[in-house]
Design a protein around this ligand. Sequence first.
Ligand code: SF4
Length: 337
Amino acid sequence: MNKLIKKMPQKLLEQIPYTKSWSVRQKWLIQPELTNNCNFRCVYCPHSIYRKKVDGSNQFNREKGYMSEELWDIVLRNAAKYASIIMIGFFGEPLLHPKFQSFIRMIPATRPYILHINTNWSLVTKENMETLKCFDLVRISLDTSNASLWERLCPGGPVLDLNGVPSKDRHNMVAEKIEYWLQLKDHSPTRLVCVVSSINEHDVERHVSLWHPKLSPRDHVQTKTILSYGGVMRDSHMSKYPCIIPSSKYLTVAWNGDCTPCNLDVNIAWNVGNLCEETDMKKIVNGKRWKQAISDIKRKQGICMNCLDANNRSEDREYWGVGSVQNNGDACKPLKK
Ligand code: SF4
């Protein structure tokens, strides 16, 4: 266990950004992208159609790379001053970053913000689980409990076993490692994220029922409607929703320092400045480019023309482990039919 990083006090976990609280935060949610490389090609994710032409949609074609240590240091200095939440992930698998563990060790013990991470869990081993225990919320993608359906949903690279050896049994290895993690007494609060699309909609109820009994009171399964990621993806589950970005305090920092106010802007199309150059994010969020971008977003210009669903979380649901204080004892809400 990394002794440099302590967990946030439990009461701060109440600030984990569920839909209603996001627009009232006083400080910033910073979303740093350690890398936009991913070892999976999930069919609901723009990585599955990278640089491919899809009629009428925006195209994901941004250059791929890894965040430098210099930029990560700048991100952390800004986080200390301005952030209430740091959400590591954005648009790649963060554990692919060669310096993932040392980057996390750079986070100061006295951090005044909540720390989240998104991962597909493929590269998690017993060793780096120790680093994951430093997070206030670990969000793991797992969209089905059916191995063959999962292979259709999430094709891609190998999944490591607990000792770091690649396994051919990809789905079962991910599931086995999640179970191992959930049984650790000191595991971080965990969200199993199930993206609901036309491909797995029939399986969601079974999936939640299977995982729910394995959760501790600090864990939950979240069912989450597929998103278009700024008009890149399409699915019959998507529906029109007003964009929350103009009233939110989000800053997404891409691996090369380019910043956008939109948490779904996979191409950094709303590029409002570069954090390597500006070093202080206040120069970006108070700058002319930021104001212009927010004005254009409000008028549905640029990529927003194709992004009807925006951040539509109206159908997202959370199924907490039995005994959770989060749901007042009502451990599992009924699934929507
Ligand atoms: S509509 Fe909102 S969520 Fe969609 S691309 Fe524009 S700013 Fe991002």
